[in-house]
Design a protein around this ligand. Structure first.
Ligand code: HOZ
Length: 429
């Protein structure tokens, strides 16, 4: 595989950008090798600067539920550009967008737009703290909520794969209010709650974790969290940056049948443009500035280009609910093919899937939490990743991420992927 131009660009990039990338996982550090510089994407495929084409299962880390660059997204963007790219003043599209989001997600009575998932989660925690007057919050080992200081403690995603789950730069002061519990383990939550009576503002969780690989919250755990929050006056925050509009129209909260008090969004809500959002109960959201004292702001928040693309994507989702059946069908087909491969190879690797988000772990043990996820052989994942890449399949360059199927992955794409999966595993095992 010729990747000469990508290699040249990576050398050049490292002179000016830390590690040559603007977000760590992209650098291929945990799988080794040279990251590919991408020149274009269309439908289910991406092309690198050397002209190699790949079937893409990252989809910009989640946003591209309809594949790369669909016409309706391009049209929305072109139309918005005609009128100007940013005003820093209210626009009508922001109301349309907020109304649409609150219609799609029943637990959202009000919503505030921001620019990224990180902004959404840090603002949601601030809202919970301001509302309850309490300072501590609970997060779960292996869950990733963006890179605000107090989240980078035993975090997942790039922080985990690069070996810095607790980042230098996070002060003791910042870390002391973050309480750590075990995903899918209600007892660990109860213990923290009883040890910190009336001090916990929020429990924040990825209801279907996507940053320690894909790990679904059990129904019992979900119900238990809701009950604890109700009894203790704690704000339950579902971080749906990955799962929102992905695992179901109404996100993981629809799948689990649980109404959180606040939710956070990113990725699909911006259709590939930088958008995040947080929202939920009116009585909490009304405390946000300027209607309340909890400060939160942003020059580019509600940006008209980003809102226009997000609105186009969410309108499409709202009008085409069948999209989730299609995604499920494609994802089941892929999962079945991969499971058959594993059987042929005599391997029983754990495969977790919720809708079009999935993950294969290089461990034969069932993966239900952080401890079982990290049993996966990451060295083997690195080899597998490169074998797949050689065969034209672009997966996440790290074990603890998700594989995303889009509505435009064709049967031919999926068959090619299943074949590549078999050949790649055969080559490394
Ligand atoms: N936070 C993303 C992984 N869960 C990575 C984003 C990126 O590198 O673009």
């Amino acid at each position: 595989m010729n990747i000469k131009r990508s290699e040249e660009l990576f050398k050049e990039a490292q002179k000016y950008i830390p590690g040559g990338v603007n977000s760590p996982v992209r650098a291929f550090k945990s799988v080794g090798g040279n990251p590919l510089f991408i020149s274009k994407g269309h439908g289910s495929k991406m092309t690198d600067v050397d002209g190699n084409e790949y079937i893409d299962y990252i989809g910009s880390w989640g946003p591209h539920i309809f594949g790369h660059n669909p016409d309706f997204v391009k049209d929305a963007l072109y139309n918005a550009i005609e009128n100007g790219v940013s005003f820093g003043a209210p626009t009508e599209i922001e109301i349309k967008m907020a109304k649409l989001v609150t219609e799609i997600i029943p637990s959202l009575e009000m919503v505030r737009m921001v620019n990224s998932g990180t902004e959404a989660t840090m603002s949601a925690v601030r809202a919970a703290r301001g509302y309850t007057g309490r300072e501590k919050f609970i997060k779960f080992e292996g869950c990733y909520h963006g890179h605000a200081d107090y989240f980078l403690i035993k975090a997942g995603s790039g922080a985990l794969t690069l070996g810095v789950p607790t980042s230098p730069g996070v002060t003791t002061g910042n870390a002391k209010d973050t309480l750590m519990a075990d995903f899918n383990d209600l007892e660990s939550v109860k213990k923290l709650v009883s040890e910190n009576k009336n001090e916990i503002a929020a429990i924040i969780v990825e209801p279907i974790a996507g940053n320690m690989g894909v790990v679904r919250m059990s129904d019992e755990f979900a119900k238990g969290l809701r009950q604890i929050c109700d009894e203790e006056g704690i704000v339950l925050i579902f971080d749906e940056v990955m799962t929102g509009f992905r695992v179901a129209k109404g996100g993981a909260q629809e799948v689990l049948g649980i109404k959180p008090d606040l939710s956070t969004f990113g990725k699909i809500i911006g259709g590939g443009l930088p958008v995040g959002a947080f929202g939920g109960k009116k009585e909490i959201m009304e405390r946000i500035a300027p209607s309340g004292p909890i400060y939160q702001a942003g020059t580019l928040s509600g940006n008209p280009l980003a809102m226009s693309v997000g609105y186009a994507v969410l309108s499409y989702i709202k009008e085409n609910s069948k999209i989730y059946e299609l995604l499920e069908e494609k994802s089941v087909y892929l999962e079945k093919g991969m499971k058959e491969n594993l059987e042929r190879l005599g391997k029983n690797y754990a495969m977790n899937r919720v809708g079009s988000m999935s993950c294969m772990f290089f461990t034969e043990e069932e993966v239900t939490d952080f401890k079982t996820a990290v049993k996966s052989n990451t060295e083997l994942y690195g080899k597998y990743f490169h074998e797949m890449l050689k065969r034209g399949i672009y997966l996440a360059p790290a074990q603890f991420e998700a594989m995303f199927v889009s509505s435009v992955h064709s049967k031919e794409d999926l068959d090619k992927t299943i074949d590549a999966h078999y050949e790649s595993l055969k080559a490394i095992l």
